[in-house]
Write a protein that binds this ligand. Sequence first.
Ligand code: LLP
Length: 421
Amino acid sequence: MHHFEYRGDVLYCEDVAIPDLAETYGTPLYVYSTATLKRHYRVLSEAFETQSCLIAYSVKANSNLAVLATLASMGAGADVVSGGELYRALKAGIPAEKIVFSGVGKSVSELNAALDAGIHQFNVESIPELHRLSRLAEARGVKAPIALRVNPHVAAGGHANISTGAAEHKFGIAWHEAKDIYKEAMDMPGIQVAGVDVHIGSQITDIAPMRTAFEKVVGLVRELRDMNIPIERIDLGGGLGIPYRDGDVPASPSDYAAMVRDVLGDLDVQVILEPGRMIAGNAGIFISRVEYIKERDGRRFAILDAGMNDLMRPALYQAVHEMKPVVKSASDWTQTYDLVGPICESTDRFAKDYETTELHEGDLVAFMSAGAYGAVMSNQYNTRPICAEVLVDGEQHDLVRRAPTFEEIVSSEQIPKWITS
Ligand code: LLP
């Protein structure tokens, strides 16, 4: 469910007409809906309300401070994967005791920052990382609460590039070594063993592989407890996949919660969830304007003012984001277009052979489900400024990130003296 709907022929975000936003802020433009963000958070937290549960929103999905502050106001925690994300989460008002830190490559300075903040949990992904963390915590006279991310050898995920739970992937510690590594961790002076962590992939719309992985993890928790290793938390990783097209029906938060309850049985643990896409994905759309319609060799290209630098998912994962005209055309006459951007790469294409009502130069189009892994993955390739982001709440709207000027883009670069002298 989201709050991007037509009123008459015009697409709205909550009570604001999209053409008005395009007029005010320009295009390309990301538009986020507060009501949708809050609704997604609320539905998930209600589904888990009978369970001790921390919802640690996965900041990587959409890390805009206004999005984080909105979720912080709902009580959300955060799953961060870098010093930068930790900085953002704290700055947006997410308390350190609700923050978990994931990722395979945490640097010394990142670990120190998280230790100084006093975060809830480090999701440790290797033995060398355990040693490094123990050393740094000991030097501070503290014990770092950890979960080991285990790799359950269950492959799942919307696309091969976003699947993480198989043996070939870099993530987590080997399943067969887990118990030995936990025993080792128990003896480390700077480590407090607190939990087990698992994450098998993203955009998983079927809960069966999740169940398989969680059942394995629950079995491991019971074995660890039998070894007197005090596991009090299970981190189940990222959330469910989302519908990207009308008609897609992924598992619901209540199906997911029921499955988790069933798998946990009588196991008394705090559940940690790290949902990103299911919170932010359908809470954002991406607006672009048609620059040209070009017909060549029997193909019809709609050349947009947005490129793969603004929304990378189609180029990177062959993802198709449903495109809707911002103002519905008066006629039902449809045409087939390749929806492309201005960048000098053939992968700069949002969709091939996309059937839609007739498009004209100057028309606004909306790519749906762009709130997660959209703006965060944008870049300035072709020196195209990272585009602006707007947050809507009812009738209110405000810029939550403005596009940099060309001067700002080059301001951190310098020409060495030997070139100019
Ligand atoms: N926790 C961990 C350890 C993760 O690696 C991820 C996502 C999440 C949580 C959040 O997963 P979610 O709830 O959003 O499914 N750029 C790709 C997605 C990469 C996901 C990376 N990890 C895309 O655009 O589809």
